[in-house]
Design a protein around this ligand. Structure first.
Ligand SMILES: Cc1cc2nc3c(=O)[nH]c(=O)nc-3n(C[C@H](O)[C@H](O)[C@H](O)COP(=O)(O)O)c2cc1C
Length: 282
């Protein structure tokens, strides 16, 4: 897919012939669908760890730690926990209550806001309820149709079918929430993860957050236990990775989130009083 298709609002204002590294960053994306079952080569795993390590960190403290997980039993357990968490969050309506404000239901809404995620793929029986899907009435319909279970099972399969999981941790000696070093550590880990995220597609791979267990403290504790996280490390996030299949089937409920805000919506000039001017082509 070309960069133009990927990020129309940004690309239209950029000169042609961009360096590959910038093209790569502009086409970075999240993979919602399945990966090929084959293992990720050790060489590629090491490359990803090296790009992570190339990130900036406060005083070069390199507060990040990573666990590369290929053991099918461990992956299966994380998958089970992720699937169960997904079902629980949807069933109880917690997910939509927490995140409703990010959901967009039409191209027009997405065009105007240019942020959030556009729910553009729903199972047939739910389509007439697109706009109500995340309301209380919609939740009732979803429960009746068994959607929470189906979504949980879809999520379990996606994680289970991923050949590689990556856990990202922080050294608690650096990561002290409430202090600046806590912020710096998260900032550094974010930069390290972003390097990985930017690198995967050039290796033919994709990446996605496995976030549902984080939403439920007892499930997050179960993941920590599974990975034998010691007292001096904090588990911050888990990702699934793998090589991309040529065709990428979409999950039962899926979204797209390629829009980005216009310059005038997020950049200011000199002070916060003056929004940046959009270029005529953007
Ligand atoms: C802090 C953070 C949390 C995220 N959580 C999830 C998640 O739970 N599940 C998921 O599929 N993607 C997750 N994402 C990815 C975003 O949904 C995605 O980056 C955004 O929609 C833009 O899409 P893109 O990455 O394809 O450009 C997360 C990203 C960040 C930075």
């Amino acid at each position: 897919m070309s960069v133009t298709e990927d990020l129309p609002s940004v690309q239209s204002a950029l000169p042609p012939g961009l360096p590959a590294v910038i093209q790569g960053m502009l086409s970075r994306r999240t993979t919602n669908g399945p990966f090929l079952p084959g293992p990720v080569s050790r060489e590629h795993q090491e490359t990803l760890m090296r790009v992570a390590q190339a990130a900036p960190s406060h005083f070069n403290s390199q507060p990040w730690r990573f666990v590369l997980i290929e053991n099918p039993h461990t992956i299966g357990e994380v998958a089970r926990i992720a699937g169960e968490s997904m079902t629980e969050l949807i069933e109880a309506g917690v997910f939509f209550e927490r995140y409703r404000r990010y959901f967009r239901f039409s191209t027009a809404e997405m065009e105007e806001r240019r942020d959030g995620i556009h729910i553009d793929h729903l199972p047939g029986p739910l389509k007439p309820f697109t706009r109500q899907v995340f309301s209380d009435a919609g939740l009732k319909v979803m429960r009746q149709l068994g959607v929470p279970k189906k979504l949980g099972e879809d999520n379990r399969k996606l994680v289970q079918g991923s050949p590689l999981l990556l856990a990202a941790l922080l050294d608690k000696g650096e990561y002290r929430p409430g202090e600046l070093s806590g912020f710096y550590s998260i900032f550094g880990l974010g930069a390290a993860i972003e390097n990985i995220w930017n690198a995967v597609s050039s290796l033919g791979m994709g990446i996605q957050f496995v976030s549902t267990p984080m939403e439920i403290p007892r499930q997050w504790a179960a993941v920590q236990q599974l990975l034998h996280v010691p007292a001096d490390l904090e588990l911050m996030a888990v990702y699934r990775l793998g090589y991309l299949p040529p065709e990428q089937p979409r999950p039962t409920i899926d979204w797209s989130s390629r829009h980005r805000k216009r310059l005038s919506q997020y950049v200011f000039r000199e002070t916060c009083d003056v929004p940046e001017t959009d270029s005529p082509t953007s």
